[in-house]
Design a protein around this ligand. Structure first.
Ligand SMILES: Nc1ncnc2c1ncn2[C@@H]1O[C@H](COP(=O)(O)OP(=O)(O)OP(=O)(O)O)[C@@H](O)[C@H]1O
Length: 638
């Protein structure tokens, strides 16, 4: 007789193969068929339980309990009725891929505890099926294109410990979350409106959890709700106290329907706008005309002496010569923007969530001095923390004001999970500032060379692989999304973000400076030979060279100044000698060293493009089964 266990010895015509497969294998194969458009996952089934060995899969007694495919270059869709059949799944992570389309119904994943779908291109609305996953502790949907509102019913997930919805396009109000277990929470960079609910849980989070939502208000972000709009309904359904004008209308017997409330709000806003703006604009023009007539050349200006950097704590205080807005005769788009935002130009169309004055009042801590400027950590009075790079006037003197604005407008729109975003810039006479997000976990330089006592050995090779992939992704994005190049890649310009992801900073700034003034022995080792020889400007191929050197630095724990001069064929031996404790990883390491070797070839024409380098690294990643321990060390940098 023929049974299902002898499915491969055929005496009678076999039933369709799907009927013979365990349902978990069918679920995985169905998922792969729609998500893995580039056939990166080599899922073949020779034996009945082969699927438990597939990349990213972990089973207990033949049932899939973890499915983790992070940064695998998946660029299809998440097929409904595929993974959702894995009813024993505890962990599902598809983060850092390019999956698109809606998130399907996940209600079948009744045992799910951790769900990471962040850093993809999912669209559609918040997946309501998640609300039925009562065991859920971690939910990360950040960095997608999700729209619509955040459901109030999220409050029912009482085990929720980690909730990230940042970098989407959610609108509406924030639900009054009050789960005592919630420790990580972020809804920044959305389109949320209204007051931040005052619950004991939400009140413990800082401004960075809510930032970059232009119409959000509340004490946490230091924004008065009534001044934003008198008609916000709070998320608990209780309206904020009406404005005095509205009270007046009501006391006179005018009854306003909710719709009329809105219309009344618009009319009121318009009337107030006209009443305030017209005199303000008139005053502004009269003042500036008077000033021009007096031939005044005074402007809001920061003086280099104004930054007190004695010790670690300082205040970036502007020496305000004249507290009026700087008005230039010829108005470039940047100049008009400057007028609008009080001289601080916010990039990528982002809303101005702080002013120059707030920034200047911030307490500042010196982070370090670089080749073209000095970097500070600035903590503003609204508790927002940013990093301010103060360019050295002499070093960027070759770049005119207009060129600087044009350049910053091009660089400031770059947005990628592996780039530290430039939020704003400022320039006045002798003063140029660039404002970045502050990265809390230090730089790759510190991680590799920081405390020698704790980090005497090179990083685990899987950590190297993850960092290399992050850096390659950031660089490839710059090259593909713009005609710009990084121009100053080195380990101190690779910062570690909140999730220890590697993010590039200082990108595209080298072009502002005269290269003869920026020679620095620490950077010299990353410079491609053609730049050393003829002082050529950086190119995408010199970025690739620097990447090769950085990869060797990662693998060997040796700064470029200590790299022996090697041809690619000698590199594997040197790297192996530097990692003598590593056993059994020769093959994988060998592949990474090979990538470093071809990136750092002397001739720029022979070096691959950054997109190709990224592909090579991703292929190495896919060619190995990353076991659980290695995966953990990937994010923990063991
Ligand atoms: N956004 C940031 N968040 C946290 N630390 C930062 C940030 N930007 C820079 N740093 C750190 O501040 C220090 C000084 O940075 P800076 O860019 O001024 O100099 P550098 O990177 O050493 O040289 P270069 O100017 O050539 O890039 C470095 O240790 C860097 O890692």
């Amino acid at each position: 007789t023929t049974t299902t266990t002898t499915a491969y010895s055929v005496q009678v015509p076999p039933p369709p193969v799907n009927l013979l497969l365990p349902s978990d294998a069918v679920a995985l194969l169905t998922f792969r068929s729609k998500a893995d458009l580039d056939n990166k996952l080599l899922y073949t089934l020779n034996e009945r339980f082969d699927y438990c060995q597939w990349l990213g899969v972990e089973c207990v007694q033949g049932r899939v309990v973890r499915f983790v495919l992070e940064g695998c270059g998946l660029r299809g869709v998440f097929e409904p009725n595929s993974l959702t059949r894995l009813d024993q799944l505890r962990v599902l992570s598809l983060q850092n891929n390019s999956l698109a389309g809606p998130i399907p119904d996940l209600a079948g994943l009744a045992n799910l505890k951790n769900l990471f779908l962040n850093h993809n291109s999912f669209s559609g609305t918040f997946p309501l099926s998640v609300l039925s996953l009562h065991r859920l502790r971690t939910l990360d949907l950040s960095h997608n294109n999700l729209t619509g509102s955040i459901p109030t019913e999220l409050t029912v997930l009482d085990r929720l410990n980690y909730l990230r919805l940042d970098w989407n396009r959610f609108n509406g109000t924030i639900p009054p979350l009050n789960q005592s277990a919630l420790e990580i929470f972020n809804v920044s960079s959305n389109n949320l409106t209204g007051p931040i609910p005052v619950t004991s849980t939400l009140s413990q989070f800082g401004i960075s959890s809510f930032a970059w939502n232009p119409n959000l208000c509340g004490e946490i972000i230091n924004k008065n709700c009534r001044s934003t709009s008198p008609f916000f309904e709070s998320s608990t359904g209780v309206a904020s106290p009406p404005s005095p004008l509205l009270q007046n209308a009501q006391s006179q017997g005018v009854v306003l329907s909710p719709k009329k409330h809105k219309r009344f709000g618009v009319i009121l806003g318009f009337v107030i706008g006209v009443l305030i703006l017209v005199p303000a604009v008139l005053t502004f023009f009269v003042l500036s005309k008077k000033r021009r007539e007096q031939g005044s050349s005074k402007s809001t200006m920061l003086s280099s002496e104004a930054v007190n950097i004695n010790g670690t704590d300082a205040t970036i205080a502007p020496q305000v010569v004249n507290n009026e807005l700087e008005v230039e005769e010829k108005k470039t788009p940047g100049a008009q923007l400057r007028e609008k935002s009080g001289n601080l130009v916010f990039c990528a169309g982002e809303a101005q969530i702080y002013t120059l004055e707030q920034l200047m009042r911030a307490s500042a801590e010196l982070l370090g001095r670089g080749t073209i400027g000095t970097t500070y950590k600035a903590v503003m009075d609204n508790r927002l923390i940013v990093s301010v790079k103060r360019l050295d006037a002499g070093k960027t003197a070759i770049t005119s004001g207009e060129m600087f604005e044009g350049h910053m407008e091009a660089v400031g729109v770059l947005r990628h999970p592996n780039l530290v975003p430039i939020r704003a810039y400022f320039q006045a006479k002798e003063e140029r500032l660039i404002i970045y997000d502050y990265q809390p976990n230090g730089s790759l330089f510190n991680l590799i060379h920081g405390s020698r006592s704790t980090r005497a050995k090179p990083l685990h090779w899987t950590s190297c692989l993850k960092i290399a992939e992050d850096v390659a992704q950031g660089l490839a994005y710059i090259h593909q999304a713009s005609r710009l190049v990084h121009g100053n890649l080195k380990s101190s310009n690779v910062l570690l973000g909140g999730d220890f992801e590697a993010c590039l900073t200082d990108y595209c700034l080298a072009a502002l400076a005269d290269s003869s003034t920026t020679d620095d022995p620490d950077s010299a080792g990353y410079k491609a030979p053609e730049i050393h020889k003829s002082g050529h400007r950086a190119t995408s191929k010199s970025d690739v060279y620097a990447f090769g050197i950085l990869l060797l630095e990662l693998l060997t724990c040796k700064p470029p100044s200590q790299h022996p001069f090697l041809v690619p064929t000698d590199m594997p031996e040197w790297v192996r000698a530097m990692r003598e404790d590593d056993v059994g990883e020769d093959n994988r390491l060998g592949m990474l060293v090979e990538v470093a070797g071809i990136c750092s070839l002397t001739s720029p024409e022979q070096r691959p493009a950054m997109g190709q380098v990224l592909k090579m690294i991703q292929e190495i990643k896919e060619s190995v089964m990353i076991d659980d321990e290695a995966r953990n060390s990937c994010t923990g940098y063991s």
